[in-house]
Write a protein that binds this ligand. Structure first.
Ligand SMILES: Nc1ncnc2c1ncn2[C@@H]1O[C@H](COP(=O)(O)OP(=O)(O)OP(=O)(O)O)[C@@H](O)[C@H]1O
Length: 293
């Protein structure tokens, strides 16, 4: 019987000749959640993801993806996955619509190709050959091909790289719709605002190790962090740190008797916390002397 988690990983290790890319990772992704994997370049995100997709073999560890060990996944299992990899497939001479219809034919219960083309904002390009698409349009097509099979579990590896802000928002809406329909999603991204907007939980990976798994609001104790209240006083900008920002704002309000000039209340952003977590890992990483000689 399949367990409740879409993904269950214990003690995952992947070694390359000169590098341990994934170094003992545990990971649970619940059914129906959006999980964002964050980490610097070379942290091991793609390697780990490709092992879950069945494209690479682990050296050690127990892995279950939709109840199956990816090393033994058959085509029925594969049809339940959607994959948007970092590099695009190359079918340069086919048009957008031809390619989307073609891919729909691979799956037992595909989505409606026209709806998918519309959802990624490529209606006007449906007859354009894929080699004539811009980088961002090509990436939208990749997303369309990843979701056309109506997957239970969708892997998105840096899906919005090269998207303009409007396309990114449109993509976020699409992901929210998929989530509402119950699709489980594993997203890797370097955009912290994207992780914050979309993810139920985030995992930070660095040097092949999982540093922390938490909700975007609570990562690194974020929810309990001191707030900063800043405003423009008569003699220049002021900032104070406080655990009770509302009380501070009330005090200022009484003092000013009305509008407080340039008032801002800020807590550390997800990006601040992420950089702090990654920084503390870097500081304990082995020295690079050997590599730099
Ligand atoms: N086929 C390979 N052979 C040898 N080393 C590899 C191979 N693929 C990846 N690596 C190394 O493994 C480490 C992890 O790479 P990986 O691509 O998983 O990182 P990533 O977190 O996805 O990075 P990015 O954010 O840049 O995509 C890196 O040091 C990389 O150089």
């Amino acid at each position: 019987m399949e367990n409740d988690n879409a993904v269950r990983v214990r003690g995952l290790v992947k070694r390359y000749p000169d590098k341990v890319a994934v170094d003992g990772v545990d990971l649970d992704i619940h059914r129906g959640e959006v999980f964002a994997l964050l980490g610097p370049n070379g942290a091991g995100k793609t390697t780990a993801t490709e092992i879950l997709e069945g494209y690479r073999r682990a050296d050690e560890g127990e892995i279950s993806v939709l109840g199956t060990d990816p090393a033994h996944g058959d085509r029925h299992w594969r049809a339940r996955l959607g994959i948007v990899a970092q590099t695009s497939r190359d079918e340069a001479e086919l048009s957008v619509a031809e390619l989307v219809y073609h891919f729909a034919g691979y799956y037992p219960a595909p989505r409606d190709p026209e709806q998918v083309i519309a959802a990624v904002g490529l209606e006007e390009k449906r007859k354009t050959r894929t080699r004539k698409l811009s980088g961002g349009q090509r990436r939208r097509l990749d997303v369309a091909l990843g979701v056309i099979g109506n997957p239970e579990l969708l892997f998105l590896d840096e899906p919005t790289t090269g998207f303009d802000p409007e396309a990114r928002r449109q993509f976020w809406t699409l992901i929210e719709e998929l989530r509402t329909e119950g699709t489980t999603i594993l997203l890797t991204t370097h955009y912290l605002d994207e992780a914050e907007h979309l993810a139920d939980r985030v995992g930070v990976i660095a040097n092949g190790k999982m540093v922390e798994v938490a909700t975007p609001d609570t990562l690194g104790g974020r929810g309990a962090r001191t707030a900063r209240v800043s405003w423009l006083a008569a003699d220049g900008p002021r900032e104070i740190r406080t655990d009770r920002p509302s009380a501070e704002v009330a005090r200022l309000l009484a003092e000013y008797g009305g509008e407080i000039p340039e008032l801002q209340v800020r807590r550390p952003s997800l990006e601040d916390i992420y950089l702090e977590l990654i920084g503390s890992v870097d500081a304990t990483a082995p020295a690079l002397e050997g590599a730099l000689k």
